[in-house]
Design a protein around this ligand. Structure first.
Ligand SMILES: Cc1cc2nc3c(=O)[nH]c(=O)nc-3n(C[C@H](O)[C@H](O)[C@H](O)COP(=O)(O)OP(=O)(O)OC[C@H]3O[C@@H](n4cnc5c(N)ncnc54)[C@H](O)[C@@H]3O)c2cc1C
Length: 513
């Protein structure tokens, strides 16, 4: 493995919202002149060497993905952070790598190295006529970074990215690396384990704990993921009344039940693949912005998605443009929010008959954003879908009482996660996202919002990679017994030295060490 010690003593996240003092940043890379598997195995040895060195130096270590998180989870004060982005190889899987009793088709399994970006994997899978089952609205994250915080889109009948992971190859110490799978769903053969020279552990709880563990279970080197045949998404964005109480079958009811049987959406009552609702608190009269996407078999000729005049495509979410907002003059916030949304959101055009015109693309074409305009904040909390309308009423009231909030309220729907600390933890989860201007007033609004949710007894959990206000107590209220289980499983996997090595200050603050 190539290791470039950058001599860097400060690190700033992608959003420029914090800077951490570090001891150094090491940029890692695969050996170009070795066979892919040899290079992968050399990197395993390289990681173990780095862990050994860090133990000798008594310096904490943290794997860094693309640095897109707002929380200080990808960094460690006065420690060494490992830039894993260039570790981006991948392997097709053949039957020899699978157990004889595995009934699935090996072509739908791909073993990816941790630093491969979502975009790189989209491109690779496209080349073999396949696609990921879901991903977030943007595609700049690394696979390990995205899975480690539970990144989600709005595939509400599937779930978030961790749900398509079936195996994790983790470097856990100076002399140990393990391949974790669920005992209830073993997939790989001994031959596969021999090839990557790992120790095989089959354990549902350990796997589920490591799946969303934000760098604290060691260094994830490879992930086995399940894919599917390439598909297209027919996408629409329209404005609809949020609360049409004259009719029992409208948006508000759908959001709370995910029952589309009486829906009046672009494809009638067909159950969409993706469902997202965005509310501008300053323009409710004109309705919510509703995005629906329907999955279709791939065909080679279709009209590719186009960006609108503001450069925003049909799958982009607010972080692509919300950095244009400020709340320096509170009186102007409502007008600014409405103006910026109006100019940026890619509402579907209408044909001469007044029907919405769809935009079609692969998942990689629809969710393709990785550029940002301006500094911004984003917080996201998961809650049961049954609470969503109660929460919307509280949010609108909070905006009256403590606003104006320089941002918008958006709601994506996602199936519950199998990860022990997956934040999309409710069987039917709604993730409320509060994307907003970078400002102390927004932080204050966030704080008041969490307090309101707590006072109202609404169960919720924070996205690990977005703005949070977590404490040990809050985490225990959110995850209950799972916290102790997760801590015990971490202790089971890592020895005392490595527990310390992979602990950073934010985990201590959160009571997760
Ligand atoms: C513009 C924008 C849009 C976004 N859209 C979405 C969205 O649609 N949905 C959503 O859910 N989130 C979204 N997010 C949040 C973001 O996707 C998550 O914070 C994600 O975790 C970032 O991935 P990353 O590769 O940058 O990881 P980082 O932020 O670098 O790291 C995240 C965590 O993963 C750990 N990690 C990284 N690599 C490894 C490894 N090899 N081994 C062990 N641990 C590792 C790090 O230590 C850290 O704890 C968005 C963020 C931005 C900036």
């Amino acid at each position: 493995m190539k290791i470039i010690k950058k001599g860097q003593t400060a690190w700033t996240n992608r959003h420029d919202t914090f800077t951490e003092d570090i001891r150094d940043l090491y940029e890692l890379g695969n050996d170009d002149d070795a066979y892919a598997l040899d290079s992968y195995n050399n990197a395993t040895q390289g990681f173990m060497g780095l862990i050994n060195e860090a133990i000798t130096m008594q310096t904490p270590l943290r794997a860094l993905g693309a640095g897109w998180s707002w929380t200080k989870i990808a960094t460690v004060k006065d420690g060494i952070i490992l830039d894993t982005k260039p570790l981006n190889t991948r392997f097709n899987i053949t039957a020899a790598s699978l157990r004889p009793d595995y009934t699935g088709d090996p072509k739908y399994l791909t073993f990816v190295q941790s630093g491969m970006s979502v975009q790189e994997l989209d491109d690779f899978l496209f080349s073999k006529g396949q696609a990921m089952k879901t991903h977030g609205a943007s595609n700049g994250q690394t696979m390990a970074g995205a899975v480690s915080t539970g990144v989600h889109g709005a595939a509400f009948d599937f779930g978030a990215m961790p749900e398509f992971v079936t195996g994790l190859h983790i470097i856990t110490g100076p002399n140990r690396h393990v391949y974790l799978e669920r005992a209830s769903r073993p997939i790989v053969s001994d031959a596969f384990i021999t090839r990557i020279q790992a120790e095989h552990i089959l354990d549902d709880n350990l796997f589920n704990a490591a799946l969303v563990s934000f760098g604290s279970f060691g260094i994830i080197h490879g992930l086995m993921i399940e894919t599917e045949d390439l598909y297209l998404l027919d996408t629409y964005m329209q404005r609809m009344p949020y609360d049409d109480s004259d009719s029992g079958k409208k948006l508000k009811a759908i959001m709370e039940t995910l029952d589309f049987s009486n829906a009046e959406l672009p494809c009638g009552n067909e159950r969409p693949y993706h469902f997202m609702v965005l509310l501008n608190p300053y323009d409710m009269a004109k309705g919510a912005y509703v995005t629906t996407m329907y999955k279709r078999p791939f065909v080679s000729i279709y009209n590719k998605p186009k960006e609108n005049d503001a450069g925003i495509g049909p799958g982009d979410d607010a972080p692509a443009f919300i950095g244009l907002l400020t709340d320096n003059v509170p009186e102007l916030v409502p007008t600014m929010v409405t103006k910026i949304l109006g100019a940026n959101l890619p509402l579907s055009d209408l044909d001469p008959q007044g029907n919405l015109i769809k935009q079609t693309g692969t998942i990689g074409e629809i969710f393709s954003n990785n550029t940002l305009r301006g500094k911004l904040l984003s917080a996201a909390v998961a809650m049961p879908v049954s609470e969503v309308n109660r929460v919307i009423a509280l949010m609108l009231q909070a905006n009256e009482d403590f606003g104006p909030f320089a941002g918008l309220f958006s709601f994506r729907f996602v199936k519950g996660s199998g990860a022990m600390l997956g934040f999309t933890k409710f069987e039917d989860t709604c993730v409320m996202e509060l994307d907003a201007a970078y400002s102390p007033k927004v932080y204050d609004f966030y704080s008041k919002t969490w307090k309101i949710l707590e006072d109202e007894g609404i169960p919720f959990a924070f996205h690990w990679g977005k703005i949070t206000e977590l404490s040990s107590d809050r985490i225990r209220r959110m995850y209950g017994q799972s916290v102790d289980n997760w801590l015990n499983l971490r202790k089971q996997l890592l020895d005392a030295q490595c527990l310390e090595l992979f602990t950073n200050p934010i985990m201590l603050e959160w009571g997760l060490a």
